[in-house]
Ligand binder design. Structure first.
Ligand SMILES: C[S@@+](CC[C@H](N)C(=O)[O-])C[C@H]1O[C@@H](n2cnc3c(N)ncnc32)[C@H](O)[C@@H]1O
Length: 449
């Protein structure tokens, strides 16, 4: 496969993401699945080109606007995306000669039917290539919000929202961290294999394996082809899961005799972890809103060879009479804005709106109102999200405490020394920069007896 085709595939993926609002991981996976003949190198190039362009979209548009009389908001979408992937290569992919980037962009424009605009594409890109080092970015002191927005490609409203919640330096580091290439973290399924044996098995297949930051059964893996090509994956020896997300089951610390309900469980990361932690002794009910979603849980349960989980389609907003005060532990890992996982899903930062966040807060509160009834007196409720937005996290926790008969539980004894400094009373907010993981919020509440 030649580079021009790989770039064309990248362009198609970007169009799907930016115009048709397909999730970036879905758009990329669809293309990669369709083109299984791509070499490992081409796949890596395609993936980086799409993800990198997305990570830096606002900055790339800012640069293009300095050199084009037609501003990006007036450009034909396909031409704009050709310019974006090309400026990304000029600025961030040092190994590709500038002339190759410009030539390939011209070919792309022609292939897409824009023969007349290919000269425009060529002119803009050659000007950018010549002046890249001299482009003036917004001034950090006089325009700090604009500066962060352009430097790290975050919409200004998100920076503004965070400034109400965190200090400037924290936000700056968070933005930097969110733009880093994400790691693939795995959780060893200790019911089937020891972490050491898994590590050796993966290394034998020339996969690079690094120890996790927080848990001795977590590893970061790289230099593998497809996940489905890894024998250890097919045998259920590990599950892909970020380490901060693994802390949910650690903080829940269920007993083997517990009855556990996971109300928003798909694709089953935490459900299956809870099953492993309780050595398949606890009774676990895993629910999600649709059959399509619960099928994902089933797939993981089957692959990981776990037997103590019952899966049900159930809308968490609907009160289930039969579940009232039935569970020792209820896990509410609720839908959220996802601002903690931007390094994995960069499109989130462009697609989420403040109105959506407000309606998510309402959904989170409505679900919590229903499912808190399912906890037995003296039992525990875990509320978690993969966001770093306090409206959905701390504020929801305070609201919950004010309205329901629960008290926050000290989680410090349940986490390692590294994490303890970040524990507040009854909750933990992990920012991406703390441990190079996703941003995650985990709280633990005990129901009054
Ligand atoms: C953050 S994800 C859960 C991730 C999961 N706990 C894991 O560890 O793999 C949120 C889930 O909530 C589900 N969801 C959203 N609204 C729901 C509802 N009203 N009832 C049940 N599930 C819902 C979504 O389908 C999604 O799978």
């Amino acid at each position: 496969m030649s580079q021009i085709n790989t770039r064309m595939l990248a362009l198609n993926a970007l169009e799907d993401i930016t115009t048709n609002k397909v999730f970036s991981n879905k758009a990329l996976n669809t293309i990669l699945k369709k083109h299984q003949d791509l070499s490992k190198q081409d796949r890596a190039f395609l993936t980086r080109l799409v993800e990198g362009t997305l990570e830096h979209l606002i900055q790339l548009d800012y640069i293009i606007n300095q050199f084009s009389k037609t501003k990006t908001n007036k450009m034909k979408k396909q031409i704009l995306n050709i310019l974006r992937i090309s400026v990304y290569q000029l600025k961030y992919m040092d190994s590709i000669p500038d002339s190759a980037v410009c030539n390939e962009a011209v070919k792309l424009a022609k292939k897409k039917g824009f023969i007349k605009l290919s000269g425009f594409v060529n002119g803009v890109l050659r000007n950018i290539a010549r002046s890249l080092e001299d482009i003036e970015m917004p001034n950090e002191t006089s325009h700090p919000i604009r500066y962060l927005s352009v430097m790290y490609s975050f919409p200004e409203w998100i920076i503004q929202l965070w400034l109400e919640q965190y200090n400037y330096e924290t936000i700056k580091t968070m933005c930097q961290e969110s733009n880093k290439t994400p790691k693939t973290t795995i959780r060893c399924n200790k019911t089937l294999i020891t972490p050491d044996a898994l590590k050796e098995m993966l290394k034998d297949k020339n996969i690079i394996v690094e120890e996790g930051q927080l848990l001795d059964y977590a590893f970061n893996i790289s230099k593998y082809n497809y996940l489905q090509d890894i024998d250890a994956f097919n045998k259920g020896y590990f599950q892909i899961q970020d380490e901060s997300s693994m802390l949910v089951a650690e903080v829940a610390s269920p007993k083997e005799t517990d009855k556990i309900l996971d109300v928003c469980a798909a694709p089953g990361g935490k459900t299956t972890h809870l099953s492993e932690i309780t050595r398949q002794k606890a009774l676990i009910i895993a629910r999600d809103i649709s059959q399509e979603k619960t099928n994902l849980i089933q797939e993981n349960i089957k692959r990981l060879n776990l037997e103590n989980i019952r899966v049900e389609v159930w809308d968490a907003l609907i009160r289930d009479e039969a579940s009232i005060e039935q569970y020792d532990v209820v896990i509410a890992d609720l839908p959220c804005s996802g601002l903690g996982i931007i390094s994995k899903k960069p499109d989130i930062k462009y697609n989420v709106t403040h109105d959506q966040i407000q309606s998510l807060v309402n959904i989170q509160r409505n679900i919590l109102t229903v499912i808190q009834e399912y906890v037995k007196p003296g039992g525990t409720l875990i509320y978690s999200t993969c966001t770093i937005n306090k409206e959905e996290n701390d504020n929801n926790l305070y609201w919950f405490e004010d309205n329901f008969p629960y008290k926050r539980e000290d989680i410090t004894p349940l986490v390692s020394d590294k994490i303890k400094p970040y524990c507040q009373e009854g909750y933990l907010q992990i920012l991406p920069q703390y441990f190079n993981t996703d941003g995650f919020f985990i709280s633990k509440l005990r129901k009054d007896c």
